[in-house]
Design a protein around this ligand. Structure first.
Ligand code: ADP
Length: 398
């Protein structure tokens, strides 16, 4: 039996850094997670590193340290217990049009990620910070970038172009990119495998519903439409993001409330969505509990969330030639049975008929609709695992 050396997966954000280590016992065994952890509040006096492995949970203060020190502490711990990783995979939010798949990182890739930073100013710079810090820590270890946008690069111009002056696209890259691509790729692939669909003739819609929410139509393994756009603000109602609004809203608010564009952007990204509508919380679990005890604003926030999602799923279906399955994933999609039921209730026109008992407790086959219904499935997403798989595949041949 060949032992697989571990793959380190890094998701580096502006003030936090998630990491996981994956390994498997043989070439034919799927990688399993050996360790996962989080460095958070980086750059503040409360900076802290927590991780969990088979020996339990551990915690280490980082006292004001930033990304580099956090990665050095993670590296020290890995070296002591697991040895040097075979390769390192990074989640990178924006790959623009330059990256349609995961790639081994070299200087040109670093320049490419940097060039996309203006499209994702909060996300790409910390990813680059993580890549460069790990290049210094492990100069011999190959690194791979896995992009949130890459899976959506198969969208046709009719689906990705906005109807705005053409120069905005050609000069500035203004178009729809889509995000959560790694999650959509994984769950759509799982649905095809679970339902034994024809790889060359299927239609799947995946709904990734976490704090950020997006849905994607997948035809024969390729993304053909998605709800997020130039930025992750477009589309569905999310925890604190509005999703679609009339673009005329900006001018109206600027005029009536004398808000700057930054203020409006901040309000649409951080004070809207479930939080804005309910005035209570961005957390779906809290809203479901509140709605159950008679909070009307929580109820209304849930109703808008479900109706918008159903309406978008209806739109996405128009880019498919057949609809075999709808997949729910993400914290809400995987856990909130009442949301799934309400969304499916809106979708009877597409042939959905929820099996309420299965929906309350999705079994091994993940199916939550009746036998004569279009299939709806609940499939837990595995973004980090996908990053580890891409990283192993691309670096094993090096
Ligand atoms: P992120 O996008 O940050 O990774 P998650 O995928 O963990 O977020 O999803 C977070 C959302 O999932 C929150 O709105 C949370 O309330 C919701 N959620 C998690 N568990 C449940 C549950 N049991 N019932 C309803 N909502 C849940």
């Amino acid at each position: 039996m060949t032992l697989k050396t571990p793959i380190l997966v890094i998701n580096s954000g502006s003030s936090s850094l998630k990491f996981s280590l994956f390994s498997g016992a043989s070439e034919t065994t799927n990688d399993t997670e050996l360790l996962s952890g989080l460095a958070e509040r980086l750059g503040t006096p409360e900076a802290v590193l927590t991780w969990q492995d088979a020996s339990g949970k551990q915690r280490q203060s980082l006292e004001g340290e930033g990304h580099e020190a956090a990665l050095a502490a993670i590296g020290k711990r890995l070296n002591a217990d697991y040895g040097t990783p075979a390769a390192i995979g990074h989640r990178v939010v924006h790959g623009g049009e330059a990256f349609s798949q995961s790639v081994v990182i070299d200087d040109a890739v670093i320049d490419g990620i940097d060039a996309c930073a203006s499209l994702a100013p909060l996300h790409n710079p910390p990813a680059l910070l993580g890549i460069k810090a790990l290049q210094s820590l492990y100069p011999e270890v190959p690194q791979v970038a896995v992009f949130d946008t890459a899976f959506h690069q198969t969208l046709a111009p009719a689906a990705f172009l906005y109807a705005v002056p053409k120069d905005w696209y050609t000069e500035l890259g203004v178009r729809r990119y889509g995000f959560h691509g790694t999650s959509h790729r994984y769950v759509a692939g799982q649905a095809v495998a679970q339902l034994q669909l024809d790889p060359n003739d299927h239609g799947v819609i995946s709904a990734h519903l976490g704090n950020g929410c997006s849905a994607t139509a997948v035809r024969n393994g390729r993304a053909v439409d998605t709800t997020m756009g130039l930025t992750p603000l477009e589309g569905l109602v999310m925890g604190t993001r509005s999703g679609d609004v009339d673009p005329g809203l900006h001018a109206y608010l600027a005029d009536r409330l004398e808000l700057s564009l930054d203020d409006i952007n901040e309000a649409l990204n951080r004070q809207s969505g479930l939080l804005g509508l309910s005035g209570l919380s961005n957390d779906m679990r809290t809203l479901i509990e509140a709605a159950d005890t008679g909070n009307n604003d929580a109820r209304l926030a849930i109703d808008v969330f479900c109706f918008r999602l159903a309406r978008k799923i209806g739109g996405l279906a128009m880019s498919l030639s057949r609809l075999d399955a709808l997949v729910f994933t993400g914290g809400i999609g995987e856990n909130a049975a009442v949301i799934r039921s309400q969304v499916l209730g809106h979708l009877s026109l597409l042939g959905f008929d929820c099996d309420e008992a299965a929906n309350l407790k999705p079994g091994e086959h993940a199916r939550i609709t009746r036998p004569d219904s279009t299939a709806a499935l609940v499939i837990p997403t595995r973004e980090e695992w996908m990053i580890a798989q891409d990283t192993r595949r691309l670096t094993e041949v090096l």
